[in-house]
Design a protein around this ligand. Sequence first.
Ligand SMILES: [Zn+2]
Length: 511
Amino acid sequence: MELDLKLTGCRTITMDPARPAAHTIGIWQGRIAGLDEQVADLPAAETVDLGGAVVLPGFIDAHTHLAWNGRRTIDITGLATAAAVLDRLAGAPGTGWIEASGYDRRIMDSPLTAADLDRISGDRPVYVADLSGHACVVNSAVLRRLPEITSDGWLTENEQLAARTLRLPYSLDEITAELHESARQVLAEGVTMCAEAGIGAGLIASSPLEAAAYQRARLPIRVQLMVSAHVLHDVAADPADRIPRAIDLGLHTGFGDDMLSLGAMKLWTDGGMIARTAALTEPYAGTDNAGQLAESEELMRAAIVDGHHAGWQLAIHAIGDRAIDFTLDAVAEAQRQRPRPDARHRVEHCGLVRPDQLERIAALGLVPVVQPTFLHAYGDDYSEIMGEERAPWLYRGRSFLDRGITVAGSSDRPVADGAPLRAIEFMVRRRSSGGRAVGPDEAITVEEAIRAYTLGSAYACRKEHVLGSLTPGKLADLVVLGDDPRTSDAIADIPVLATMVGGAFSFQRSS
Ligand SMILES: [Zn+2]
């Protein structure tokens, strides 16, 4: 047997407890053929000496938004006055919609309004996306098309969705270009697989044909598509199947191949902390606002139960502790009606978990899919709005692991920075960009943080049998780093030298 490729001179952290380290990796037909002495005597078509570089399994981002991230909008990140925003938007090319992103209402000296936007827009509709993904500002040209809404331009949640719907759909060409842009970006950060968190309907959908764009794009990374629960519809299946609602053809989690597959069914039960719409049991500190559930409990419970019956893994967006209470009850009800021991339902974000909720999350086998970088970027703000008692409950790590809960790492890009090494550093250090300690008791070790971004996220995507560790027989996805995160003082700054997907280098850093 001749290997396709032999990597030598590696300091490999395999994440496989049976064999944690290796110096040589043999690759054949896109898979790991063996390590060290298993491949020492085999010839290889090509041998690459990595010169002592550190090799990890490729990072898996278990919750991200590739199309949204790659969208070419006008970036207004960091702008804090209406004048600065208008200056950036004025003279936007084209004749149709003017779309901007990166708006942060929290830093504005006074919030942007429709009247402000009208000054530069003429008849063109303007949509300024809040960085939370849960709100936007639109101009009067948009509001005129939404006569049922009374607003000064700031729209959240369902009102935002109404405005968004006016813009949709994007063309397959536009989406394909967005996907390639994002794939290029994530490969440079060591990511080899992404789970796209919600296609087909809802706030972040691009087109009813979105899956076709992924099929057409043939991306250089692996992608798993989560399907919005809003596309569930009644089906006339045999009553013995006990499947009242499904998507067309009965497709569900697991369909596809190693490059492109269907993942979980995505549901939203509340909003977000940035927009103060995450549903809490007690109000945001210093306010009487406790956020809101996304829809009626009855509708959301029906989607969870029906999705569970139809064989889906569920990915339930729940950020506030009230939304998590609801999620725990609804999943327990679904499991009572139809026990599925390895349903492996996920809680997307799982942002504010009260101590009494931890055991229930463990008992139901739920997988928290967390975004550590939220707290790096927004930890100061989140700590303030939660107050002293609740701040240590944000985006937990240690408390989950101590209860045997698998934690999956993710970015929610473009809501926050997508680099896995930054997220890993945060999970270990629990320091915000402002230097504040955020829930320091939730810190985990470097190995545990790497595990969350490799095996943990592979588990969340039901791919741990082929991904997540450098184990013979698994797919040859790996990242080559310039330093060892276990001994580095600045994990986020470690250079990503190369990224391999399926045995081929898809990214190599130009020196
Ligand atoms: Zn998301």
